[in-house]
Design a binder for this molecule. Structure first.
Ligand code: M7G
Length: 321
């Protein structure tokens, strides 16, 4: 018994040390440039440098890093607290209209910070404001241009394998179906804080590692897709009380990460990436494959290509742009 306790407390101490380390890393961040800013969404993505611990950084010993900062939504049930929580200055008044500047010390004004360290050029590109073009990707373009580019330059999916292997986010897993063919893990997306139902966002990661994206899907994957479509809404309703008719379930094409996954979010949530050019509804995917086995191998798919990407360069030199 005493041995178990010592083991537990050692584990806790180790976790606390890791947390302290992760927090102090954030404090060493030096800003290089703004990659993208969205004042309406109160979001900014910046590139910076962080001293490398492994000695793998640049000549100054720094890693490239990407930092994403986003103001969190208001907690409506604390509005009265907020109004009484700090310095209030009147900035405008006319008839029944008035504006105030309220500086609150309440956590209502917390900021969600995401750090990618070390960040690759691909990460930096992903968050950089860029000119984008629509390309109609035929099966032939996919085979001869897109696939070789993906092979050369895709973002690592270590974070996915860490979840599937239970090395990361272990305490966050909402549900697991362990079947290697038709099973999956359901976890909160890192974009979501896990509490506000208005912005509910989960991601389904399939166990089958050979599946990369919707282009790989055919009728042999229908049991997997139907399993996700059937189980996830039920689990989400049981855990979060949000009914199936309030859920958006879709895949991205092209995705950023080539391990097959499904996005699930609250239809109320105005989340990035739900726009028609990238989002393919899971139920439509199932229907299309049921009608035609090789639908996604043959279909021309519209994709958004960023000007600074290798894909853009290759498509341009092949005369597709
Ligand atoms: P995607 O369609 O490949 O690319 O989706 P996108 O990021 O352009 O949408 C990957 C999804 O996985 C996104 O919604 C990410 O927010 C989410 N995600 C990315 N990472 C690195 C993690 C992670 O480490 N943990 C979790 N839980 N979600 C992640």
């Amino acid at each position: 018994m005493a041995g178990t306790e010592t083991c537990e407390s050692k584990k806790r101490k180790h976790e606390e040390d890791n947390e302290d380390k992760a927090i102090s890393v954030l404090q060493t961040f030096k800003l290089v440039k703004v990659l993208k800013e969205d004042t309406a969404k109160k979001f900014v993505a910046v590139e910076g440098r962080i001293p490398s611990e492994s000695g793998t950084g640049d000549e100054d010993g720094n890693n490239k890093a990407v930092l994403l900062l986003e103001k969190k939504p208001f907690a409506v049930d604390s509005i009265e607290d907020l109004l009484n929580s700090g310095n209030t200055k009147l900035t405008f008044v006319n008839d029944c209209y008035s504006n105030y500047q309220l500086s609150s010390s309440k956590p209502l004004h917390d900021i969600k910070v995401s750090l990618i360290n070390p960040a690759t050029e691909k990460h930096i590109m992903k968050f950089m404001e860029q000119e984008c073009f629509i390309i109609h990707e035929t099966a032939e373009i996919h085979k001869t241009i897109t696939l070789p580019v993906i092979e050369k330059q895709r973002l690592a999916v270590e974070w996915v394998y860490n979840i599937l292997d239970k090395k990361a986010e272990v305490d966050k897993v909402v549900f697991e179906d362990p079947d290697p063919e038709n099973g999956f893990m359901l976890v909160p997306d890192m974009k979501w804080n896990g509490t506000e139902i208005e912005s509910l966002y989960l991601v389904v990661l399939v166990h089958k590692r050979s599946l990369k994206c919707i282009r790989d899907l055919d009728q042999s994957h229908l049991p997997l897709l139907k399993n996700i479509l059937k189980q996830c809404p039920r689990i989400i309703f049981e855990k979060y009380g949000l009914p199936p008719c309030k859920l958006r379930m879709y895949c991205h094409y092209e995705p950023s990460y080539y391990h097959f996954h499904v996005h699930i979010n609250n239809i109320k949530f105005d989340c990035p990436g739900r726009e028609f050019l990238r989002a393919y509804s899971l139920s439509d995917i199932i229907d299309n494959i049921e009608m035609k086995n090789n639908y996604y191998q043959e279909k021309t798919l519209s994709i958004l290509v960023a000007e600074n990407s290798l894909l853009y360069k290759e498509l341009k030199s092949a005369g597709h742009i």
